[in-house]
Design a protein around this ligand. Structure first.
Ligand code: TZP
Ligand code: MG
Length: 218
């Protein structure tokens, strides 16, 4: 996979949006459309089921040079050899972790991303060694119902203050992505606007077009 700094489009195989499609096929389409990272997010599956699915998806992402991120289950990421795992505030800090190195056994290069919903959380995540942080939800989203939107104000703060790679997330669509980029984001996570699109690869290409036009991180 590319260095995290160069990863711009972070897409998802979220089992809540598969609508009967084969998750491996969806992963192929995300890679074909130019995703740099693909997260396996499966709130309805057990760790064992996620592991079995990750083992099928990993050859696809590897062949495409795309990093596979396992949501919620660092132990699964380690077992299957995924490049990254992603954890929320409650999975990490509320579970008693202090530094992401606690999740990395000796010799492992597992990278860990953390969700953040406010500047203080981002600073804490960086101090805890997060390899990247997610900044959101920027807008209300049915993918994370009940989560309070952080608005573009937090995106602007992140653009000004964060040195680690950070991704804007939450409710980002082709209609509002320019607004997110104008607030300073250069990396985005998109779940439903890609998985609900009639052509998943094409939706990725359209998001990429906006990201490429916005240019690199200054
Ligand atoms: N974390 C913050 S918002 C969100 C997650 C997992 C959901 C993003 O999904 P969508 O469909 O792109 O709004
Ligand atoms: Mg979680």
């Amino acid at each position: 996979m590319k260095p995290l700094e160069e990863c711009r489009l972070y897409a998802f195989v979220d089992t809540a949006y598969l609508a009967g499609r084969d998750p491996v096929m969806v992963a192929e389409q995300l890679c074909e459309g130019g995703a740099d990272l693909v997260q396996l997010r499966a709130k309805d599956l057990s760790a064992g089921q996620i592991e079995a699915l990750a083992e099928r998806i990993l050859p696809v992402t590897r062949a495409a040079g795309v990093g596979l991120v396992i949501n919620d289950h660092p132990e699964v990421a380690l077992r299957v050899g995924a490049e990254l795992c992603h954890l929320g505030q409650e999975d990490f800090f509320d579970a008693g972790h202090r530094h992401v190195s606690e999740l990395r056994p000796p010799g492992s290069s597992l990278r860990v991303g953390l969700s953040t919903h406010a500047p203080e959380q981002a600073l804490r995540a960086v101090a805890a060694g997060a390899d990247y942080v997610a900044v959101g939800p920027v807008y209300p989203t049915g993918t994370k119902p009940g989560a309070r939107p952080v608005t573009l104000a937090y995106v602007r703060w992140a653009a000004e203050h964060l040195q680690v790679p950070w991704f804007a997330i939450g409710g980002i669509t082709l209609e509002n992505v320019e607004e997110v980029l104008a607030a300073g984001a250069r990396r985005i996570c998109v779940v439903s606007a890609i998985l609900r699109a009639p052509d998943v690869a094409e939706a990725c290409r359209r998001f990429r077009w906006h990201l490429d036009r916005a240019g690199r991180v200054p």
